[in-house]
Design a protein around this ligand. Sequence first.
Ligand SMILES: Nc1ncnc2c1ncn2[C@@H]1O[C@H](COP(=O)(O)OP(=O)(O)O)[C@@H](O)[C@H]1O
Ligand SMILES: [Mg+2]
Length: 358
Amino acid sequence: MGVSLRNVSKEFGAARVIEDVSMDIPTGGFAVFVGPSGCGKSTLLRMIAGLEETSGGTIAIEDTDVTHVEPAERGVAMVFQSYALYPHLSVFDNMAFSLRLAKTPRAKMREMVREAARILKLDDHLDKKPSQLSGGQRQRVAIGRAIVRQPKVFLFDEPLSNLDAELRVQMRLELTRLHRQIGATMIYVTHDQVEAMTLADKIFVLKGGIVQQAGAPLDLYDDPDNRFVAGFIGSPAMNFIAADVIGRDAGDVVLRTRGAEAHEFRAAVADPGLATGAEVEIGIRPEHLRLDAAGMPVRVEVAEELGDVSYLYTRMADGTEIIVERHGSRDRLDGETVSIATDPRHVLVFDRQGQRLR
Ligand SMILES: Nc1ncnc2c1ncn2[C@@H]1O[C@H](COP(=O)(O)OP(=O)(O)O)[C@@H](O)[C@H]1O
Ligand SMILES: [Mg+2]
């Protein structure tokens, strides 16, 4: 196993910021920790790096317990949001820095830096100073500095957050290619669920220092364990509607929205705990709603037309916002009242604690 955490916790004084985290990241895997600001992503990464002591539990890298091993001895290399380059050193010398410290023979050092520069398309920039490079190139130097150390595990802490949107997309692709090329274990921290979805083979969604769910990107998207994950993964976000269970029919649960203009939805949910009278929330993704005269009336406040797709920002009678995604139609619906419907298998049900009922 590339990286294994067992019951890891972290306290800063009285504040518990990581709570009983266990995970396994296979050798060569690309794991992403994602969650809102302050949820503990960086702390967890820094604990794996050895920059933060653990308050409880164990951390293993390549099946060796490193919980109390010095950072430099763990075989990890970290890349930060702030590139942390030496401004007075050339690109070559920045990348060679750790090799020099390790007294790597000159010829070997040159070879390793040139190889990293080739992978990162920095060949033509080796003599420049960081100030002569673009943001994307600087971040590539920071990644190059990690590559030459040939770590067992690469640790990335929001490395693309300082770049503009277009460059972020480009660097995202480069990171995926880099991972395929060098095949090392990588752990990547971000607050951006799109980065998580596109980079990871396994995502760990964190909130309040607790792993809410771990899994392949599309498994989290299609089959979230709770309301937080359902709402966090996916853009535009899943729609949530308060509803009451009013019975069962032909294997479906029948639910009724609250308020004056109540409307019925059906959900393909088998959970026997879902009793008549239960107060729940239903979740429906924007792309699973369609216009249907027999559906629930909503008022379109704004229609965003993006050409291939349009998003209708609508409101139910009680004010709940519902986003509807449409493809291939360009009729102007701003200000109109439309009716929307979905299929029972696309209606997710969450209990009052936000746990998913399947
Ligand atoms: N050195 C520290 N001392 C005290 N509290 C800290 C320290 N570092 C982080 N925290 C707290 O731990 C929590 C998690 O922080 P962090 O891991 O940086 O979150 P994230 O990277 O997800 O934004 C936050 O509440 C933060 O204020
Ligand atoms: Mg952070």
